[in-house]
Design a protein around this ligand. Sequence first.
Ligand SMILES: Cc1ncc(C[n+]2csc(CCOP(=O)(O)OP(=O)(O)O)c2C)c(N)n1
Length: 625
Amino acid sequence: MPNLNICPESLHKASPKELERLAVEIRRKIIETVAKSGGHLAPSLGVIELTLALHSVFHSPQDKIIWDVGHQTYAHKIITGRGKQFNTLRQYGGLSGFPKRSESVHDVFETGHSSTSISAALGMALARDLKKEKHEVIAVIGDGALTGGMALEALNHAGHLGTHLIVVLNDNEMSIAPNVGAMSDYLSRIRTEPIYSKGKEEIELLLKKLPTIGDKVFKIADKLKDSLKYLIIPGILFEELGFTYLGPIDGHNIQLMKRVLERARRTKGPVLIHVVTKKGKGYKPAEENPNRFHGVGPFDVLTGKIQTKSPVPTYTEVFGKKLVELGYNDKNIIAITAAMPDGTGLNYFAKEFPDRFFDVGIAEQHAVTLGAGFAASGYKPVVAIYSTFLQRAFDQVLHDVCMQNLPVLLVIDRAGLVGEDGETHQGIFDISFLRPIPNLTIIAPKDEAELEKALEYGINLNAPVAIRYPRGTGIGSGKIISNFTTKSEVLKNGQDITVFAIGPITYNCLQAAEILKDKKINITVINGRFIKPLDKETIIQMSRQAKLIVTVEEHIVAGGYGCGVQEVINEEGIWTPVLQIGVPDKFVTHGSPNLLRQHLGFTPEGIANKIYQYWQQILKKKAAN
Ligand SMILES: Cc1ncc(C[n+]2csc(CCOP(=O)(O)OP(=O)(O)O)c2C)c(N)n1
């Protein structure tokens, strides 16, 4: 494997042949690394030539390149001096899978959530102009990310201002799944209809040749010209929004892209370059199945075989299949995803009930309010979104769903630590932002069996409900639960300490109780189950009996479940101390979930240790008094 210790400036002098060779070497490095570490393979393979072209024309970091979502930056990382560390990708303490300002001066803006690049680029371009500096700002955005509201808001603003910036639209016809929406259809027409591919100048010339009579241009001819323009100028939509549109061009032809990027640099005002790429380019299994190789675990390079997963179904699969069962019994159930049909498990529902399934694109805000619209019309919408992406739709949950008490079921996948995707993707804030919203019921099942019960409960409550569960598999519980109510569940009794836990970490608490028993400390373990409404009666009763209350959650402490328990105890004026175990006030970096759990003390040993230390302090204080 070549060293690939490249610096971007060297690319300016590289010959076309050298750039081609580099593309081959970078491609090989990315495939071999991701085969071991897992990661966003197909998006990164698709932009290797584009990345080389960008870094050979522009001077990073003076010129600022902003990568939307940031999952396609592997070539950018290698080109900007991180080739040697590339084998540490996504591992704890290693390179992040996304742009990180702390990692390199060439990562000028951090991303992870989609559709932010044009806003950030416009901000930087406006700042440049205010400071009277001269440099380029380039946003690289995928056709999937362009379905996000923020991207459209930013195009609208940039076109209005006329500020010079370059937007490179990387169009591979894919979001994670095939892209959806009218914008996607429009891009597809530009790509495929031969008349669109004519040069813009050629078409404008043709339009100019249309007859005019003397000096007087007949209004009718003008109108005709206008409508013809709409029909045949590629990218007219972007032109009408105030952008100069260049394209569509082959995104794997480095020399062609260099010429177009040079031209964009010389063009005044905002420019949009439409680059057509193939997702997964250069690795057959990824080209053939870009969806599966979008974000992938370790795989065999030769065969493309992805490592077999555990036989236990994931929470996502349990949800997806249960919703199909519910969908057969209730024709009013509607399923909504924001561009993640497979990731959320709604693919099962989509297959059975295509008429009741909606993929809205990367548009979480719209997804939630679309659900509210369905609910206001007598349907039972289920909106499935990852915890981290639901952050986008806070106001829609509050204002459009809960304020009107509409029966929307929010299914929150990837709640808790997600691992290798790191800071931008950890699902550790949802309880804090949902808990204050009136009318909302929030459930955190401890295992798959409870998830199924929670879904039945949520779909029939006739009020807003959120159910949160983590990435991956649970304990594989096929247990039947007869009694699923808002009451918490006492799993184990002990007289010294009472632990209230929510979600699968409850099982770690049970194991922690065994460890503490060996140290002669007896604890009660309670599965809280409902974060809202809280089972106040049990909390009050337990906090009167126990000498210490402990709350445990895989979530940020601030505003989390533990705070809810503490509020109940405060309201009653009970003076039992409360230890809140959760994520401290920090963003959690990337690394394997198990390693992160060890570092945060979420393993049975970690939890036992935290409780033990705190208990010792209490005993010491008591002895001192
Ligand atoms: C707000 C938000 N929602 C969902 C996602 C999950 N996600 C990551 S990449 C992606 C698809 C992006 O498609 P596109 O912009 O076309 O880039 P490509 O992967 O095709 O290169 C999605 C939906 C996200 N990152 N951010």
